[in-house]
Every structure is written in C-alpha cells, then in structure tokens.
Write a protein that binds this ligand. Structure first.
Ligand code: GRF
Length: 207
C-alpha cells in the first residue's frame, strides 16, 4: 500500500539522548512512500542530540523540563498535551529515560512503541547489553514492542538476533544490536501506519 502524503500517520518521538533511532525514523520518513511522518520530538533533556537531529530535519523539537512540573503525573499531562496538539497518532519511545505513568500509557494504549536492546523478555531495564554479556548468552538482539504499564513488558512486534562474540565488549555488542534497532524500528512503524498490526492479549498479529 502506498499512503497518500496527507494520510501519513503523525509520529511523536520521545527521546532523552543521542537519538540514533530517531534518525533512522527520520531517514525512513524522508522517503516519499513511507506511510508515517515525524510530527514532533520531545525530550526531557535540553542537551539531547535528538532535539538537534529533529531541528535539522525541520521537525518541531521541544524540551519539556521535568523540573518545571510538580510530579510525574503533571509532566506526563504536559507530554499528552504536546502530542495531542501535534495531532500525533503514534508515540515512539526512542531512548526515553523516564517511566511513563499508567495514566499516560492507558491514554495511548496500543499506540505507543518502544525499542529495547535485548531479545525480550530477557534483560529488561537498564544496561541490557551488559546484562546479556554478564549472563553469557550466545545470541542477543533487539525488540520493538508496544508499551504497557510494565518496564519493557508489552506485546512484541518485531525482533532480530545478533551473535555474541567471545571477545565482545559492551560497546561492540551494543553497536551490533543498534544496527538491528535502526532496521526494525522504521519497519514496525510502517506496519503500524499501514494498519497491519493487531494486538490480542500478549500477541501481535502482523497481516
Ligand atoms: C537504544 O539502545 C534503545 O534500544 C534504548 O536506548 C538506546 C537509545 O539510543 N532504549 P538512541 O538515543 O536511539 O541512539
């Protein structure tokens, strides 16, 4: 299916840092036949490279400073306001280092994706690549999943594996996984935007 430009799904990306996954999404969205566009990037960190990447592409980029809000509920209400004002239909977490409140997650249920650098459900949370190396696994990978109220627990959309080499460092393994993240995330967004994903319970069906 080729979506008409006017019908492209508006994506809001939340990112705290480097923004290489955001870049992969921006690059995909630059292709005329891609069915989604990045409508807004929000970061909780003023210096996030992600904000600069958005600005370079002419995408509205907003720093929402957590210190300006009394608590997580108030902060997430601001996120909701920003996303809704931008007409966002899909929220993508891309290295966003905050846990979203249940109210936010419920408001966007079935419309929030995250990318995680492990083969979930193995190694959720921080430093997934280090966890994988310390555990001694021979295969690691990346996961794109819908976000539920847990940490890295939502229904899985796409996964890709990479080998773990005997002499791997955390940096080397992270780079190998990151290349897969950059491939998977735009693909998962495309499937969502084309209406090809159905969630039933834990399972995501891809048409
Ligand atoms: C990625 O490894 C992602 O899986 C994790 O945080 C990292 C973000 O990297 N959630 P980047 O900011 O997209 O470069």
């Amino acid at each position: 299916m080729t979506a008409a430009p006017g019908a492209r799904v508006a994506v809001g990306v939340l990112a705290s840092g480097r923004g290489s996954n955001l870049q992969a999404i921006l690059d995909a969205a630059a292709r005329p036949d891609y069915p989604a566009r990045v409508a807004l990037v929000v970061s909780d960190r003023e210096q996030a490279q992600a904000l600069e990447r958005a600005r370079v592409c002419g995408v509205p980029a907003v720093w929402a400073n957590p210190k300006d809000f009394g608590d997580r509920t108030a902060y997430d209400a601001e996120l909701r306001r920003l996303l809704e004002d931008a007409g966002v239909g899909l929220v993508c977490l891309a290295g966003f280092m905050r846990i979203l409140t249940p109210g936010f997650v419920r408001a966007w249920a079935g419309r929030i994706l995250n990318v995680h650098p492990s083969l979930l459900p193995a190694f959720p949370g921080l430093h997934a690549q280090r966890q994988a190396l310390e555990h001694g696994v021979r295969v690691a990978g990346a996961t794109v999943h819908f976000v539920d109220e847990g940490v890295d627990t939502g229904p899985i959309v796409l996964q890709a594996s990479v080998p773990v080499r005997p002499d791997d460092t955390e940096d080397a393994l992270s780079a190998r996984i990151l290349a897969e993240e950059h491939r998977l995330y735009p693909e998962a967004i495309r499937l969502f935007a084309e209406g090809k994903l159905t969630i039933s319970g834990r399972k995501v069906t891809i048409r």
